[in-house]
Design a protein around this ligand. Structure first.
Ligand code: GAR
Length: 215
């Protein structure tokens, strides 16, 4: 049976961004094409004036800016962010280029219902500058991972990965462009699985249709 014809209730989704929002755009496009049963209730950015906010507004999606700068601690910001998200009764929280380290209190609150996309073949290259690090290490392939978010930075159970060959003379920018194309393909796919109830985190493991995902 085609996934697109199965009638399901739209999953209430909040997307967190910090920048360009090209992954957000891919998610909006997939939702509008009827490929993923979600309803984006809000897009929240910790940075004002970023392109992702304009992308959301162009589709009449509610936006909020919550700058981390006005808060005295990580806990205080995360607590305010949690209140902001929970106003929308989110069933799914999608981190789409949200460049903040999250506190355990925050990740625990959304355990099993928060996804992140990270531009590396995790567990390789957690953190920043992943493309340059893969090139510098002489790797022949790089890629991207979607995973459930846990307290460990870029460390939760992986849902799906896409590999991208590293070419001779690659720059971080060129490699990042090719990785982004894969990001835009696999993130909507994973979100669609979650929204249809096929993807769950069970006892710390990512499971699709009840089977543990092993990458
Ligand atoms: C993407 O490459 C995403 O994987 C990365 O930030 C970029 C955001 O691009 N996220 C991380 O590095 C998280 N650790 P976008 O704003 O155009 O979607």
């Amino acid at each position: 049976m085609s996934e697109t014809t199965t009638p399901v209730k739209a999953c209430r989704t909040v997307v967190l961004i910090s920048g360009s929002g090209s992954n957000l755009q891919a998610i909006i496009d997939a939702q509008q094409a009827g490929e993923i049963p979600i309803s984006i209730k809000a897009v929240i950015s910790n940075k004002d004036g970023v392109k992702g906010l304009a992308r959301a507004q162009a589709h009449n999606i509610t936006t909020e800016v919550l700058s981390h700068k006005g808060f005295e601690s990580r806990d205080a910001f995360d607590s305010a962010l949690k209140d902001c998200i929970d106003k929308y009764q989110a069933e799914l929280v999608v981190l789409a280029g949200f460049m903040r380290i999250l506190t355990p209190g925050f990740t625990t609150h959304y355990l099993g219902r928060m996804l992140n996309i990270h531009p590396s073949l995790l567990p390789k290259y957690q953190g920043l500058h992943t493309h340059q690090r893969a090139i510098d290490a002489g790797d022949t392939e790089h890629g991207v991972t979607v995973h459930f978010v846990t307290a460990e930075l870029d460390g939760g159970p992986a849902v799906i990965q896409a590999k991208v060959p590293i070419q001779q003379g690659d720059t971080a920018e060129r490699l990042a462009e090719r990785v982004l194309r894969e990001e835009h393909r696999i993130y909507p796919l994973a979100i669609g699985w979650f929204a249809r109830g096929r993807l769950k985190m069970i006892e710390g493991k990512a499971c699709l249709d009840g089977e543990e995902i092993r990458l």
